[in-house]
Design a protein around this ligand. Structure first.
Ligand SMILES: Nc1nc2c(c(=O)[nH]1)N[C@H]1C(S)=C(S)[C@@H](COP(=O)(O)O)O[C@H]1N2
Ligand SMILES: [Mo]
Length: 412
């Protein structure tokens, strides 16, 4: 089939799908997708968390004594953590300098302030959906639409020339070097966007609202494809260096600091006891990592009846496909005006161009019928768009969570 033909048919399918979404299924937060297994009850669909997270509902793992967002408004103004007082310095590394034409410093009055950032935003602002996940925690902290100016716009203001390999950055840390939380990126990742990724941004809005102190406001870094530790909050200092190694604070605890978001599934609602003969409805989410998402699968096995050849990745489980739900009818997240205009992955009417969207999340549901009395182990896993079943392709804990979740269900 020709590509143009495929695309036009796909577009028609999408339109039809969305037209039907405004009908009966719109009662629930989620529509069913075109290949849906039928019969997932509306109340089960309606119980699923919103696709976007309200900024105040994000999980918070920030460090600091006190945490910078807990400072009084006066103190925050004093240390440059309000939009009125924020300043970003961009300097060359004194130990291993990148050759640049000029630095942005407070001393010379050339540091970037919020008005300067907004001036750049007029022509350069980008918005993209991204799930924020801590490498060390299984469950994502929240899902947002992040808005900012590509970091490279500010780097270019320093007129870099040569000997430039890495960008180090950190935020406000109570002026105590012990509390500094640092991260870094290779220069190439910042100056261009490999594999169609969104740019690394100086982020000032989340879900259409100014970034709150708790989410790292007034300005934080957001790295689309990375775990949370790369997205430094309360950003104040950027150092351009000829060093090539990471100095990430997260590297100090054996974490894989070059790890991209993994694809994995987990449950949201699952009964622990069910009457025999009753339908078992299970819902969950899948993080759509760098390798995409093709499927979510579930398995149910009576305890003690597992197959003898079973390996530790449960490849021999009786896996069956769950339904990956289509786009939600309501996005959640406290968006003041719906999906912000020109958000990556969405068309001009605020409809997603593909589903699931990369580096975000999707929800799933499954109905299990006719399960006899007994005690069962329920598992769920993803198959990524490259065909790798969770926990592969990278089963290493310190590269981010991807273990297969197991739950017990009693049918009696
Ligand atoms: N300055 C600073 N930035 C930080 C942190 C921190 O402690 N200090 N924590 C990081 C970690 S480990 C994660 S997982 C994310 C969490 O982002 P969130 O609080 O917006 O959910 O922020 C990152 N940015
Ligand atoms: Mo984290």
């Amino acid at each position: 089939m020709q590509l143009t033909q495929f695309l036009s048919e796909h577009d028609q399918l999408t339109r039809r799908f969305f037209l039907s979404a405004t009908g009966a299924a719109a009662v629930a937060g989620f529509t069913r997708n075109a290949t849906a297994q039928d019969g997932i009850p509306e109340d089960v669909l309606a119980s699923i968390e919103p696709w976007l997270t309200k900024p105040d509902d994000f999980g918070d793992v920030s460090r600091g004594k006190p945490k910078p967002h807990s400072l009084s408004p006066e103190k925050r103004a004093q240390v440059g953590l309000t939009r009125e007082t924020w300043k970003l310095e961009v300097v060359s590394d004194p130990d291993d300098p990148a050759r640049i034409g000029s630095s942005l410093t407070k001393a010379t009055g050339s540091a970037l302030d919020f008005a300067g950032l907004m001036q750049l935003a007029e022509n350069k602002a980008v918005r993209f959906p991204k799930i924020m996940t801590c490498l060390n925690i299984g469950c994502p902290l929240g899902m947002g639409i992040w808005e900012g100016v590509p970091l490279r716009e500010v780097i270019w203001q320093t007129q870099p020339k040569r000997d430039f390999r890495r960008i180090y950055y950190h935020g406000y840390h109570n002026d105590d070097p012990e509390q500094m939380f640092r991260s870094s990126l290779p220069v190439g990742r910042v100056l261009e966007d490999p594999f169609d990724l969104p740019p690394v941004i100086l982020c000032y809005k989340l879900n259409g609202q100014w970034l709150t102190p708790e989410r790292g406001g007034p300005v934080r870094i957001v790295v689309p494809e990375a775990y949370g530790f790369k997205s430094i909050k309360w950003l104040q200092q950027i150092t351009l260096s000829n060093k090539w190694r990471s100095n990430d604070t997260y590297g100090e605890q054996n974490n894989d600091v070059d790890s991209h978001l993994k694809t994995f599934a987990a449950t949201l609602t699952i009964p622990d006891t069910v009457a025999a003969g009753q339908q078992i409805a299970v819902t969950g989410y899948a993080q759509v990592g760098i390798s995409g998402l093709a499927k979510v699968q579930v398995s149910l096995q009576q305890k003690g009846e597992e197959r003898p050849s079973r390996d530790r990745h449960y490849r021999d489980d009786p896996w069956q496909d769950a339904t990956v739900l289509g786009p939600p009818v309501r996005w959640g997240g406290g968006l003041p005006d719906g999906i912000p205009s020109a958000t990556r992955g969405f068309d001009s009417d605020g409809r997603p161009r593909q589903w699931p969207l990369p580096l975000s999340r999707a929800h799933w549901a499954v109905l299990l019928n006719g399960v006899p009395q007994g005690e069962y182990t329920f598992r769920c896993r993803t198959i990524d768009a490259k065909g790798a079943a969770q926990p592969l392709p990278r089963p290493f804990r310190k590269s981010g969570h991807a273990a297969i979740e197991s739950k017990t269900i009693k049918v009696g």
